[in-house]
Design a protein around this ligand. Sequence first.
Ligand code: ATP
Length: 385
Amino acid sequence: MAAITMKNIVKEYGDGFKAVRDVSLDVQDGEFMILVGPSGCGKSTLLRMIVGLEDITSGEMRIGDRVVNQVAPRERNLSMVFQNYALYPHLTVYENIAFPLRLAKKPNEEIDRRVRETAEVLELTEHLDRKPANLSGGQRQRVAMGRAIVRQADAFLFDEPLSNLDAKLRGQMRTEISRLQRRLGVTTVYVTHDQTEAMTLGDRVAVLRKGVLQQVGSPRELYEQPVNLFVAGFIGSPSMNFLPASFDGTHLDTPLGRVPLDDPRKAEAAGDRQVVLVGIRPEDFEDAELVSAEKRQRGATVRVRVDVTEWLGNEQYAYVPYEAPADLAGQLRDLSRELDSDQLRTQAVVALDAASLITAGDEAELWIDTGKLHIFDPATGENLT
Ligand code: ATP
């Protein structure tokens, strides 16, 4: 196994476009690192530079203690699992898994032993004589992984391996990859655009946007302490609400109502900015009717009109339309362009307990857990709290 160390990595394509901009990232020995970001953020390019399928314009790439910038892909001892599995349809499962060992001209006995061990780990033993066409999507995925494992590579690299699967199978495979990675303890870099996959699979997650590394941290760190609007909006589903607010030193005037900023540390961070963006996760609202008196002592209660509700069985979402004050509208438009998304919505999304009786059209009281508020600088997008 080996660590992967990236130092000031830049990728500039022939047309002068910089797909990766000065990325420094350490993947520790045995770590499961996720590269996540929206389409075009440069995550596949970065992965391809690790494997050696793409030249590095500048910076240094190390695998273990070896600088590999000039090392050919096959000399890097890495194993890549692609989205389309790339299995050989005319070969059996056994021969598909054996393929890299045959290429390496290993003796038959060793090949047989290693293929059988790998099949055992992946629970493919009873399918060794089948062809890929006669396997389920999940089994094919495991064969593709088997081919990576059998080589005893220093690291596994995955490029969106689950994106062709249906939702149920994707969930199963996610658990399977996670279990396998932990069992084998192999250094793994996994590219996805899916924040759920990122949050559930990785030890750490690196969030990329437009070729720039935004934040690296455990899923919990990214969720609880996102460094900027982009990460805050990208991680979590439904995504964080961003409300424009004016700040008078103690209270925030948001389109949903007046909310105290009672945490002195947060008030200090907001400083003398008169306009901020307040970030509230959908689950940091509650139906005030269901909130204990003790909880009501802290936090804030606002009165809103609920437009639409969606009941999901274990929880429900309520949509609360609001209008941003006119003087903020221009600034917000610029920001939302910057975020390439509709994160600065004109409605707040609120996750309510399934027991809540709030329904569409209701005027309702919502309790906000103000201890969990995030305050963002509207000019830079930086999280001030
Ligand atoms: P996706 O999830 O859509 O695959 P990604 O984050 O993996 O996106 P990359 O494939 O790394 O993105 O591409 C990053 C950027 O580099 C994109 O804007 C893409 O258009 C550009 N790009 C990729 N390959 C080339 C190339 N050969 N020449 C010029 N630009 C390229």
